[in-house]
Design a protein around this ligand. Structure first.
Ligand SMILES: *[C@@H]1O[C@H](CO)[C@@H](O)[C@H](O)[C@H]1NC(C)=O
Ligand SMILES: *[C@@H]1O[C@H](CO)[C@@H](O)[C@H](O)[C@H]1NC(C)=O
Length: 272
């Protein structure tokens, strides 16, 4: 057991160096300050979804995704795509693009054009998206659904200063891992419900409606265990009774009949 610690350290070090090795694209042109603004905007919008989301993950920045976005932006190709890489940080990477044009050069080269305008444009597609039917009732919803895709954990963006490609515009590329807009059926971007009640991690740690991992265990834990599940306050999880699933034990992978049966048993227990 004693030898485990240095070994773990060595592994961490190796992992770090391997990571550096395959981060061979150039760094994002976004400054540290702008990265923070982009992240905050993403998470701001993810908190606004209506109906509320039970499994919305708080996004973190990933340099590898950002580097790929920057390399792609630099090609002046106004279509979805990724630069060639030996290895990708995710098998499937989502992508949002925004090309902002203006006759006003100062406006083109503004913080607003690099951060607030693209995010706002993507979010505004919400007016066309109908959650209940999972239908897009307007020209496009895919940027919105990627922006609020619950299971996406990382984002990384790059941009092109409007004067470097033919024409005048600011071009923003954001990459998302894992990708949104696939995998669920129906393909709604998130599970509707009490915020942080169905986090993928199965923990209920919550930062203002967004699922987080908590290392110091001092995070808010609003988790309420349903159907006779028992709360473990220490790691903010529920131990569910048999047949129940999700972090808050509110759903079942089991057939409906079994679910009804368990609900009944639970009701009897509660009455005692
Ligand atoms: C964008 O390009 C213009 C013109 O080349 C330059 O003056 C400006 O500093 C650039 N802005 C950024 C943020 O790189
Ligand atoms: C949380 O704590 C409970 C009780 O100690 C334990 O049974 C469970 O495995 C833990 N869950 C996780 C995900 O760590």
């Amino acid at each position: 057991m004693r030898a485990a610690k240095p070994l773990a350290r060595l592994q961490a070090l190796l992992h770090f160096h391997l990571f550096l090795l395959w981060t061979h694209g150039r760094k994002s042109d976004y400054s540290e300050e702008e990265i923070q603004i982009l992240l905050n905007l993403h998470n701001f919008y993810r908190r606004q979804v209506d109906p509320p989301a039970a499994n919305m993950q708080k996004l973190e920045w990933q340099n590898e995704l950002a580097s790929m976005a920057q390399d792609w932006a630099d090609t002046c190709t106004f279509e979805h795509g990724q630069p060639e890489r030996d290895r990708q940080p995710f098998e499937d990477i989502g992508q949002n693009l925004n090309k902002f044009t203006s006759s006003n050069l100062k406006r083109l080269d503004s913080l607003e054009a690099r951060t607030h305008i693209p995010l706002r444009t993507w979010w505004d597609e919400v007016t066309w998206y109908d959650f209940s039917s999972d239908q897009c009732l307007g020209p496009i919803c895919g940027h919105y659904t990627q922006l609020v895709w619950a299971r996406t954990k990382y984002v990384g963006c790059g941009y092109l200063n409007g004067t470097r490609c033919p024409g005048k515009f600011t071009y923003v590329v954001c990459n998302y891992g894992p990708t949104g807009n696939i995998g669920l059926n129906p393909k709604q971007p998130y599970i509707r419900g009490e915020p942080c009640s169905k986090c993928d991690s199965r923990h209920g740690w919550c930062d203002d409606k967004l699922c987080i991992t908590c290392t110091d265990q001092a995070c808010a834990c609003p988790l309420k265990c349903k159907n006779c599940g028992i709360l473990n306050a220490k790691n903010c999880t529920c131990t569910c009774t048999e047949g129940w699933d999700y972090a808050d034990c509110s759903g079942g992978l089991s057939p409906d009949i079994q679910t009804v049966l368990h609900a009944h048993q639970c009701a009897i227990q509660n009455r005692k």
